[in-house]
Design a protein around this ligand. Sequence first.
Ligand SMILES: *Cc1c(COP(=O)(O)O)cnc(C)c1O
Length: 373
Amino acid sequence: MTETATDRINLSAPWIDERDEELVLEVLRSGWLSLGPTGPRFESMLADWIGVPYAAAVSSGTAGLHLCMRLAGVGPGDEVITSPYSFVASANCAIYEGATPVFADIDPHTFNLDPAAVEAAITPRTKALVAVDIFGYPAEYDELLPLCERHGIALVEDSCEALGAMYKGKPLGSHGHPAVWAFYPNKQMTTGEGGAVTTGNEDEYELLVSLRNQGRLETSSWLQHGRLGYNYRLDDISAALGVGQLEKLDRILPARREVAALYGELLQGVDVETPLADDADHVRSWFVYVVKLPVGADRSGVMERMAAQGIATAPYLPSIHLQSYMRERYGFSEGMLPVSEDCSARTMALPFHARLERADQERVVEALRGAIR
Ligand SMILES: *Cc1c(COP(=O)(O)O)cnc(C)c1O
């Protein structure tokens, strides 16, 4: 770094304040660090905030997705359809239960599953569909849900990037099927590590609560386990942080929206495709700010030139089917999912969080403008 190098601008940053510290400290001082009162407090706040009857907190979004595979009865020999343009967890959850992930291609602008491609991927072995609301943009549930019903397929929503998003006027999570949330520090709100599954179905909720706690039966006495479960509990320290985050979520989300809107303005005239705007049916919750570079652009060169100015970016997202373990295990290769692969080659995440300052956003955009040229 030269002397003129300015401060580094990071990709993401959680919003942690004194209230969060206070809540965490309260739990620490209570001595009740797990299976205490703060877990249920967090869960009922989360369910209320989203507007769903039940929320089961878990140790991560990945754990939540795995439990949803158990809810759907996914097992060896089954196929689970999902999006290749996602975080690996949305496909891995099927593999954990011995099923085969089947990828359907995406829409090049929403980056979400193309319902026609999903339909074409259905076989007699298809057991579940994991639809992802990628980058906080709602997937097309009015098309996916009837498709699943017609074919007897369970629908699981990976809404890990979409807390606060709305589809057709209703919040994600409230459309009937189970939805999975994640609270890793780069998400809209954080518990450190953590996640949740929401559902409107009491039986599903009870099964989730049992499965996350080693398969313990609701009715059983101490250490009676009725089924194979996991330790996917969220501890009370993390839940306390979650309470603090939920208390300010109605400030965090608009702040993220404003940062996104300013990027939209600043990027006018820069040769990139900016994220799809909301419409009446789709209201995004801003998770990351991803731009698509023009065909033939040298993305790694652009990233290097921005990094030299202290600006973090990420080649976001790689297509899951081209990850080395996926290629080795299933023989997937280039050309299988051309839309996803093209997006993966050209999309790039810019620094983005609720408290990113205007001056930093201007620096990011100027650096990008220069780096593309
Ligand atoms: C963050 C995320 C998850 C879950 O991540 P964890 O780190 O396990 O909490 C799952 N799917 C998507 C699309 C995500 O972005």
